[in-house]
Design a protein around this ligand. Structure first.
Ligand SMILES: NC(=O)c1ccc[n+]([C@@H]2O[C@H](COP(=O)([O-])OP(=O)(O)OC[C@H]3O[C@@H](n4cnc5c(N)ncnc54)[C@H](OP(=O)(O)O)[C@@H]3O)[C@@H](O)[C@H]2O)c1
Length: 230
């Protein structure tokens, strides 16, 4: 029986991943900030294998409370999915430093905090940590003039580095760490004119994850399996 833990599972890509894993017969620990409002999750097919828990990835207390609830249950896949877009109006003469800090707390420190809290659960299962990053975090892929968003881009670049380091640390324990770009997805964050649906993204992510083992730990990859340059 495969058990997956998903952060930010109440909407968007996290919700798509929950739906996909439930349909595949897996057990889903769906973590979100406000479980009482996660009505769509509760209505999913296979909800008898769904456990909804409260989690704010920016809070030590909240992560520790979830760890207490899950205890030492093995986890096969942790999806570090929760994230925010941060301030978008960033220009060299208009930088929102406070918003940038919040973006780092959520997109960089949040995933590390959750990964470290559940590392023993992942070690037991020889599991995988799938960090939902972005092609926007690629330094090699940056071209001038297109969405020069300091906070979001730098948060995903930092997430890549943090998780690349963790991949080396956890390799000896058989835990695989993946940096996964979900594509440009039609969600609240991606917007209505994004290229792919949540379903397409979740399908691509899950099949790509299934093909990545410990020999490829630390890889930065797109949902369709293509490697992304750092
Ligand atoms: N959509 C895209 O095109 C795209 C492209 C590249 C990468 N991504 C990445 O994919 C991930 C999911 O994005 P999405 O498009 O599904 O975004 P979304 O629709 O805005 O959903 C974001 C999710 O993250 C949760 N979240 C935010 N801050 C949180 C916190 N402190 N603790 C726990 N949960 C928190 C939100 O919960 P609430 O409902 O409580 O706010 C929500 O469930 C993000 O990491 C994003 O950067 C998205």
């Amino acid at each position: 029986m495969t058990t997956v833990l998903i952060t930010g599972a109440n909407r968007g890509i996290g919700f798509g991943l929950a739906r996909h894993h439930l349909a595949a017969g897996d057990t889903v620990i769906a973590a979100c900030r406000t479980p009482s409002e996660a009505k769509e999750l509760k209505g999913l097919k296979g909800a008898d294998r769904l456990q909804i828990h409260k989690l704010d990835v920016t809070s030590d207390k909240s992560v520790a409370a979830l760890k207490d609830e899950i205890s030492d249950r093995p986890i096969d896949i942790l999806y570090n999915n929760a994230g925010i877009a941060g301030p978008h109006n960033q220009r060299v003469d208009d930088v929102d430093y406070e918003g940038w800090t919040k973006t780092f707390e959520t997109n960089v420190q949040g995933p590390l905090r959750v990964a470290l809290a559940f590392k023993d659960n992942l070690k037991t299962a020889k599991g995988k940590i799938v960090n939902i990053t972005s092609g926007m975090g690629s330094i090699a892929g940056l071209t001038p003039g297109w969405l020069m968003i300091y906070a979001y881009r730098s948060s995903k670049t930092a997430l890549n580095m943090v998780m690349r380091i963790l991949s080396f640390e956890l390799q000896k324990d058989g835990v695989t760490v993946i940096l996964m770009s979900p594509g440009w997805v039609r969600t609240d964050m991606g917007g209505a004119s994004a290229a792919i649906s949540v379903e397409e993204s979740a399908k691509g992510i899950t099949s790509t994850v299934a093909n990545i083992g410990i020999d490829k730990t630390g890889i930065f990859v797109n949902y369709d399996g293509k490697t992304i340059p750092w």
